[in-house]
Design a binder for this molecule. Sequence first.
Ligand code: PBG
Length: 333
Amino acid sequence: MTIDSRRRPRRLRSTAAMRRLTAETRLNPAGLVLPMFVQEGISEPVELDSLPAVKRHTLDSLARAAAEAAKAGLGGVMLFGVPATDKKDPFGSQAVAEDGILNRALATVRAEVGDALVVMADTCLDEFTTHGHCGVLAADGSVDNDATLEIYGAQAVAQARAGAHVVGPSGMMDHQVAAIRDALDAAGLQNTSILAYAAKYTSAFYGPFREAVACSLEGDRRSYQMDPANRREGRLETSLDIAEGADMVMVKPAGYFLDVLADIAATSPVPVAAYQVSGEYAMIQAAARNGWIDGPAALRESVLSIHRAGADVVLTYAAMELARECCDTCDCC
Ligand code: PBG
């Protein structure tokens, strides 16, 4: 294609209406998922220093916040549980227990919102284990892949029975998607979807999240989460998850991994999600608090960029703020 060199690209930037009409990518609440935390044994929601506007909810406040998310037109919510410290054990038993905090939260939220929102569950053991790893440990202290798969299967079944529309395996064990699909199918839960954290990297940007879930991890997750040096491997992990039955795949973190996201979005036959993680959100909020950056504009730009790179769905702590802004400036809802 030859392009007329006298063409003036600025014509399409001349008015707000022209820019709006010709935008290649749009922010829409329907494509946003809000991650939410629920804590066992508290009577009031707890604010989180490093994650402004994010709380550890009680079951009641969680239900109210989920109803607000539905009203704001969000696509979904992703729930994380924070069990009482004395209920953690080396096997993460509370992740599977019907009365475990996350499973109770799923039931509560489903009772509140029904099918108005897609209710998703983090399927992982790190919040529930005393050692804070995403799986169970072998005798030598390493994370035991195949022993963990069995627990993930049981956890996914418990989450689906509690009311999750979607389970989100985030532990980066090999073959976790296949194990979970088999367990769900064997339990008659063929309609429960799997959002696979397919390309999930070891990241310093998970810092504030670990405070949010009071994770007990000492050490790191480098033997199971991916090395940030690797781009090609993102395609390998994603292909495996799709072959194992993932209904959607996810890249995480999002903002610093847009190359990986663009690679995957270019070829994925299933919807692609990306997770703007706690550190990405916290940095923008911290700079905004200092008056160094325009917070709302930076949040908008960062999430728009994630969509532009190819994400159909973005998980972000800014979901409510972005949805409200969108509704203030459009007349679609
Ligand atoms: C694991 C999990 C983590 C996050 C989501 N799921 C933490 C980790 O892998 O250490 C991080 C999300 C964030 O930083 O916002 N259950």
